[in-house]
Design a protein around this ligand. Structure first.
Ligand code: UGA
Length: 440
């Protein structure tokens, strides 16, 4: 099948590469000529396990091509995916200008039936706006061409995106058109074997499903962080509570890990956007506002614990393990590590950080500065530092040599934003251990 994907960002590239790998002919359209050139050479602009190999294979074998020309893209695919960014506006709403610009281009160049698929995370009602944008272009040039607009949100997790696409737990298709439904079933057939995971619903419900899924997961995390803070106030251990409640299958063990707050490009943005959408519909989304507020406060917790441990942070060197918002990605958008670093700098301290893949991203974000040193190993970060803070649970941090760490640190203090270690064991080692929701 011929497929066009507008937007070669995270979602667009994974979508394009996975469809190409299933044998389809995919043309990717992006407005950034430098990016298009790099992609043509098989260079992957993002870090995602398995994606670069897939991209190179499909470029080499001619199933994945790149262009800056929207007209070429519209002519190519019966399926037109819109996977461009929806960055947050100042007020938390999603900026729709890129999505609507693509819709206008499709309307401008389309001369035969097209299924226009909204893959970006977009507010409820966007499919209608896309339809209007396409129609107004068709009307302007007096063209009478049939098309359908489908909502098909993605549920990929960074770090596991290729696997998630190839083995989805559900494929949500929002449309009321039988023709588009049939087209989407045919398109996803290779990813939908053994038992049917394709769920068809109306467009608005599909658009809301995406936000509801992320908001539910964010709610679980903020809930657990609230219980962690409460456990600390009451002298209980949240890790025991987590195991105790997770055993109830109605609650489950997933996404109830307390920590230093959720980050990334999705949860913070989507929760804020949903609050905004709700208020636009004259609905006060009280629970979601609290989810966001609890998370903002949680992101300051590692710094507060550091101050508790060290007193004054001014002039001190803080070792930091982990910069990415979660393991297996170099993404630092809304990462709790950033709140920690910025607070340490504001207080006159220095950061010496190690992350297996996100160091180049950290340099890109913060540039060269005297109070930021990026080092090549976890131990190098600790040498002579006044305390160690852990912000990301990379596997390499899971079982360090504590005796050695104690020697390296000038003060035996660990602030752990991910609850990686056994507090009793660290106490025996003579380390002052500040975790989340378990004692200090
Ligand atoms: C999230 C969703 O999990 C995906 O299903 C969705 O498709 C995606 O957003 C999206 O909208 O595109 P992602 O942002 O890649 O995926 O990251 P997650 O693995 O969900 O982690 C989000 C944050 O929650 C991380 O900062 C993580 O550390 C934190 N988290 C997660 C916790 O603090 N505790 C937990 O128990 C789980």
């Amino acid at each position: 099948m011929n497929i066009t994907v507008f937007g070669s960002g995270y979602v667009g590239l994974v979508t394009a590469a996975c469809f190409a790998d299933a044998g389809n002919d995919v043309l990717c359209v992006d407005i950034d000529p430098a990016k298009v050139q790099r992609l043509r050479n098989g260079e992957c602009p993002i870090y995602e396990p398995g994606l670069e190999e897939m991209l190179q294979r499909n470029v080499r074998e001619g199933r994945m091509r790149f262009t800056t020309e929207a007209s070429e893209g519209v002519a190519h695919g019966q399926y037109q995916f819109i996977a461009v960014g929806t960055p947050p506006n100042e007020d938390g709403s999603a900026d729709m200008q890129y999505v609507l610009a693509v819709a206008a281009s499709i309307g401008q160049f389309m001369d035969d039936y097209r299924v226009i698929i909204s893959k970006s995370t977009v507010p409820v009602g966007t499919a209608d706006r896309v339809r209007d944008a396409v129609l107004s272009q068709l009307t302007a040039r007096g063209a009478d061409v049939d098309f359908d607009v489908v909502s098909n949100p993605e549920f990929l997790k960074e770090g596991a995106a290729v696997a998630d696409f190839n083995k989805p737990d559900r494929i949500i298709v929002g449309t009321s058109s039988p023709r588009a439904t049939e087209a989407m079933q045919a398109l996803y057939a290779p990813f939908n074997r053994n038992h049917d995971r394709l769920i068809v619903m109306d467009v608005r419900s599909s658009e809301l499903t995406k936000y509801a899924a992320n908001a539910m997961l964010a709610t679980k995390i903020s809930f657990m962080n609230e219980i962690a803070n409460l456990a600390e106030a009451l002298g209980a251990d949240v890790e025991k509570v987590r195991v105790g409640i997770g055993a109830d299958p109605r609650i489950g063990f997933h996404f109830i890990y307390p920590g230093c707050g959720y980050g990334g490009s999705c949860f913070p943005k989507d929760v804020k956007a949903l609050v905004h959408t709700a208020s636009g519909a004259s609905f006060d989304a009280q629970l979601l506002k609290s989810v966001e507020a609890v998370n903002s406060r949680q992101k300051t917790l590692m710094f507060r614990k550091l101050v508790k441990a060290l007193g004054d942070v001014s002039g001190k060197t803080i070792a930091l393990w982990g910069l990415a918002f979660k393991p297996r990605t170099d993404d630092m958008r809304e990462a709790p590590s950033r709140d920690l670093m910025e607070a340490v700098w504001a207080a006159g301290g220095r950061i010496r950080a190690y992350d297996p893949v996100a160091q180049h991203e950290c340099r890109r974000l913060y540039g060269d500065r005297a109070d930021l040193e990026l080092v090549s190993s976890p131990e190098a970060a600790c040498t002579g530092a006044d305390a160690l803070v852990i912000a990301t649970e990379w596997r390499i941090f899971h079982s360090p040599n504590f005796a050695r760490l104690k020697q390296l640190l000038s003060q035996p203090v660990i602030v752990d934003g991910r609850n990686l270690y056994d507090p009793d064991m660290l106490k025996q080692q003579g380390i002052r251990y500040y975790a989340i929701g378990r004692g200090e």
